[in-house]
Design a protein around this ligand. Structure first.
Ligand code: PPS
Ligand code: MG
Length: 446
């Protein structure tokens, strides 16, 4: 114990003038500012990889750089060139296009492309590790693995963004054999796509894989930047040997701004290899490339929906599963519209992709049950891809799709997609039949 005298002595010591301490804080702040200034000034002269490692290791800086990069401003892009975790090529692409959401579109395309390498391997494999979820729908090692790869890429590039994903790791955490199967396909896909590591990062092991899978629990789709992913949309089609899609969208304040659909089993372009990747940015149209192409070296091709003048000219697509949409009601709508061609049945958002590619004109999805709430990840990417290709998407009562209400689209019932030119005609018929068959639109739950 200190002698009381010394305490008294300390207590009675003449207090330090306040300006003395503020001068020292100011001095520290001044030198900190000078150091930062020097860092920002010399950063352009440093090798990119050094800057990457040095700055991106701090989460705060990654968040700041995400915002800067996403702003689409020329100056921001120059800063991004130095600070973002990206290859020179990527940054050049951003800087030269300067278009809003160029970076998001590119990362989303690459992430979907890498995920497709994984899903294609599982598609042809004998063991798919199928588990039945609590809602009785199937999930496979492809769903888990693709979700881990895409969320890892989003975490690396846009760490401040929120994510809504269809899957979580619950079934894996209680089943180490299943986890190992997922890890096998993830690590194989990573090895086969090593060239993408600079852009998309990697997955360090099983525990990080489970962490990534669980990043999709966000429930708020109304505010801020939110990604929505269906890692394998149309899982029943995937298991049956039919169509499926990897569907990724970015919503900003509840509006879909970017959408990417990878469709590994859709016919290729110009009779080429099977598999296409479509992407859209709000206001910039929809483009398509071969799914297996080197995306940086392949010019995107604009695609537009067929501009028919009467709905009777349309061919329409619908889902395969009779438990997912009401085939009888869809047939009645088609007949009333004067459509004579038989329906084309396809699983997954490959239906949206098909009409955006002009391979069909209408998509009809009438509910089997009015209590079913469509999922945001089943429609967000397809929605913008059709709209930006010149189409209109609405629910069966003709209402626009409300993406602000969380993980499900509870303010809408049914889904139709069509060319603008015939949208009034189609919506009128669908609305009348919907009211007759299901009753008037339910009151808003909000
Ligand atoms: N009852 C019901 N009604 C409507 N939709 C449902 C229903 N049950 C499930 N789902 C969702 O349907 C998604 C697959 O849709 P598809 O268009 O591929 O259906 S179909 O198989 O082509 O009929 C499917 O997506 P995945 O789970 O990704 O395959 C489900 O989210
Ligand atoms: Mg789905």
């Amino acid at each position: 114990m200190k002698p009381s005298g010394s305490i008294r002595a300390a207590g009675t010591r003449t207090p330090r003038p306040p300006e003395e301490s503020s001068i020292s804080i100011n001095t520290i702040l001044f030198w900190a500012a000078v150091c930062l200034g020097i860092l920002f000034t010399i950063a352009p002269l440093l090798p990119l990889r050094f800057v990457d490692v040095f700055l991106l290791s701090t989460p705060l800086f990654r968040r700041v750089s995400t915002s800067v990069c996403s702003s689409g401003l020329g100056a921001g892009l120059r800063v991004a060139e130095r600070f973002c975790s990206a290859s020179h090529l990527q940054v050049r692409t951003m800087a030269s296009s300067g278009a809003p959401y160029a970076w998001e579109r590119r990362i989303a395309e690459l992430a979907v492309q890498r995920a497709a390498v994984l899903t294609k391997a599982v598609y042809t494999a004998r063991v798919k590790g199928t588990v039945t979820k609590s809602d009785k729908s199937p999930v496979t090692i492809a769903d888990f693995g693709a979700q881990a790869l895409v969320f890892g890429a989003l975490e690396r590039n846009f760490p401040a963004d929120n994510i809504i994903g269809e899957e979580d790791s619950g079934d894996l955490r209680t089943n180490s054999d299943l986890t190992s199967l997922v890890w096998d396909v993830v690590s194989t896909a990573l090895a086969e796509t090593q060239g993408l590591e600079g852009d998309l990062g990697t997955v360090s092991g099983q525990s990080q894989m489970l962490e990534f899978i669980d990043k999709g629990a966000c429930a708020n789709s109304a505010t801020g930047r939110v990604w929505a992913l269906d890692p394998v949309d149309g899982t029943k089609g995937f298991l049956r040997g039919g169509q499926y899609a990897i569907a990724l969208a970015l919503l900003v304040d509840g509006v879909v701004q970017v959408g990417v659909l990878g469709c590994p089993n859709l016919p290729g372009l110009d009779g080429g290899e099977e598999g296409v990747i479509l992407s859209a940015v709000r206001g910039q149209g929809t483009t398509v490339k071969p799914l297996s192409a080197d995306l940086d070296k392949t010019e995107p091709r604009k695609t537009t929906i067929n501009a028919i003048s009467s709905a009777s000219e349309a061919s329409f697509c619908e889902g395969v599963e009779s438990g997912h949409s009401a085939h009888d009601v869809q047939a009645r709508i088609a007949t009333t519209l004067g459509i004579t061609k038989p329906s084309v049945q396809l699983d997954s958002q490959a239906k949206y992709a098909s009409i955006a590619l002009g391979r069909g004109e209408l998509y009809l999805r009438l509910p089997v049950s009015m209590t079913y709430e469509e999922k945001i990840w089943d429609h967000a990417a397809g929605n913008i891809i059709v709209e930006e290709a010149g189409g209109v998407v609405a629910d069966m009562y003709g209402r626009p799709i409300d993406f602000t209400v969380g993980r499900t689209l509870k303010e809408n019932k049914g889904m139709i997609a069509m060319p603008k030119q015939v949208s009034e005609e189609v919506m009128k018929v669908v609305r009348e039949i919907a009211v007759e068959h299901y009753g008037p639109p339910p009151k808003s739950s909000l």
